[in-house]
Design a protein around this ligand. Structure first.
Ligand SMILES: Cc1cc2nc3c(=O)[nH]c(=O)nc-3n(C[C@H](O)[C@H](O)[C@H](O)COP(=O)(O)O)c2cc1C
Length: 410
């Protein structure tokens, strides 16, 4: 008896929607026409395999920390001053003594070449052109030397982010290499004694490098240009780590040192002459401890919700941190920044600058360097417009009176 449901060759009309082959010009036009970070996020989702998109978009466990970071920004209510001259809003500032065009730093993010094959080579020049610092991660996919050589003398403010490894000698060697390559600021991340439980990565079976499983092979048909770029450029690997096989969590747990403590910060302060930023501070008392130990700045951050779920919400902890350390150190904030108004709100509440992570990675996934550039254009336009509407011609004119958090004030 003939099979009532025989197999047939796929028809092009059926395959075409699955392939999503956007001609490069159309994709570039979509990126250039994106009006918000959310638009770029939608493009990123479309052009990037799910495991890579989720690695960026996801957070730890129930993802409550990230949700709450966003909710805190949604509680922001601006209190504009009217009839003031805002014909030329100027969002320039200084960050650790150097001029920055915006109160923004591109945060360190690992495994960047998974988002787009050009990875850090696409992010760094966009940051330099926009006049904001960019922090290269210890988990980066390009070494400090290669990034510095590719950038040349473009005036970039280069920061290097450090995770303390079990092997202190190797950590010391790495920061010496960063210093020799012209990275002027060291960022020590302190919220990662062990890997957070990023459940999307577990469900997606994300490994480094990506394994060629049946699922990834099927994905090739849906994201052909991403795969083509991956397979025709140098292998995707961490540039500063020698052991690179397995999941991010196994790697973090084998290389990072959960025994790192205050003595290590003292050691680092004695080793590194330049500005030292401690990132991942989540309480005011810890901020004071870090500044007492010689930190020049702290980042109130819970790693974008990727480590301890239900950790303190940075925007809500900011005032207490400022109370204890703002006379001795700069205070930055990150987590959930998705538009320039978020940055303005954080600055009004006292942050010197905001680090942004996912926002620029969405741009990178959507369109490489042009996508990161678009993110920075959007943030810059948002910040200027919000300042003008708020009645602040300079960042100094923003203060706690410019903003309140609904739910805490009348
Ligand atoms: C994909 C990804 C990778 C990250 N890798 C690192 C890292 O290697 N080192 C680090 O200190 N922080 C890392 N972070 C945290 C960011 O530096 C930053 O704290 C966080 O992204 C801020 O939240 P946001 O993404 O909502 O802006 C990473 C974040 C993301 C999204």
């Amino acid at each position: 008896m003939p099979d009532p449901l025989p197999r047939q060759l796929p028809r092009w009309s059926e395959l075409r929607p699955l392939l999503q082959l956007a001609p490069p010009a159309r994709r570039a036009a979509r990126v250039a026409g994106a009006g918000s970070i959310d638009d770029l996020r939608a493009l990123a989702r479309r052009y990037t395999p799910r495991a890579a998109f989720d690695y960026v978009d996801g957070a730890a466990e129930t993802e409550l920390s990230l949700t709450r970071a966003r909710l805190a920004f949604e509680r922001v209510e601006f209190r504009p001053r009217v009839l003031v001259d805002v014909s030329d809003p100027r969002p320039a500032t200084t960050i650790l003594g150097r001029p920055a065009a915006l109160p923004v730093v591109l945060a360190p993010t690992g495994f960047t070449r998974m988002m787009h094959h050009r990875g850090e080579f696409a992010v760094a020049p966009a940051a330099a052109r926009a006049g904001v610092p960019y922090a290269l991660s210890t988990m980066g996919t390009v070494s400090p030397e290669r990034l510095a050589a590719a950038q040349g003398d473009d005036g970039a403010d280069r920061w290097f982010q450090l995770y303390l490894w079990r092997d202190r000698g190797a950590s010391k060697e790495l920061i010496a290499r960063a210093a020799d390559s012209g990275f002027r600021t060291l960022v020590l991340t302190v919220d990662t004694p062990v890997a957070g439980a990023r459940l999307r990565d577990v469900r997606n079976g994300l490994t480094i490098p990506p394994a060629l499983t049946a699922r990834t092979l099927a994905d090739m048909a849906r994201h052909p240009s991403w795969w083509l770029n991956l397979l025709t450029t140098e292998p995707l690997a961490f540039a500063s780590l020698t052991s690179t096989n397995g999941t991010v969590a196994t790697l973090v747990d084998s290389v990072f040192d959960p025994a790192a403590d205050q003595d290590d910060l003292d050691w680092l302060r004695g080793t590194w002459d330049g500005p030292l930023v401690v990132k991942g501070v989540q309480t005011a008392e810890d901020a004071r401890r870090m500044v007492d130990a010689g930190a020049d700045a702290v980042v109130v951050s819970n790693h974008g919700g990727r480590q301890l779920d239900r950790a303190v919400t940075p925007l809500e902890e900011l005032p207490a941190v400022l109370d204890l350390v703002s006379d001795r150190a700069e205070v930055y904030l990150d987590g959930g920044i998705r538009n320039g108004a978020d940055v303005v709100a954080a600055v009004a509440l006292g942050a010197r600058a905001c680090l942004v992570g996912r926002a620029y990675l969405y741009g990178l996934m959507a369109g490489g360097e042009a996508g990161v550039e678009r993110v920075l254009e959007i943030l810059s336009a948002d910040i200027r417009r919000t300042m003008a509407l708020l009645g602040a011609a300079t960042l100094d004119e923003l203060d706690a009176g410019s903003v309140r958090l609904r739910g805490t004030c009348a």
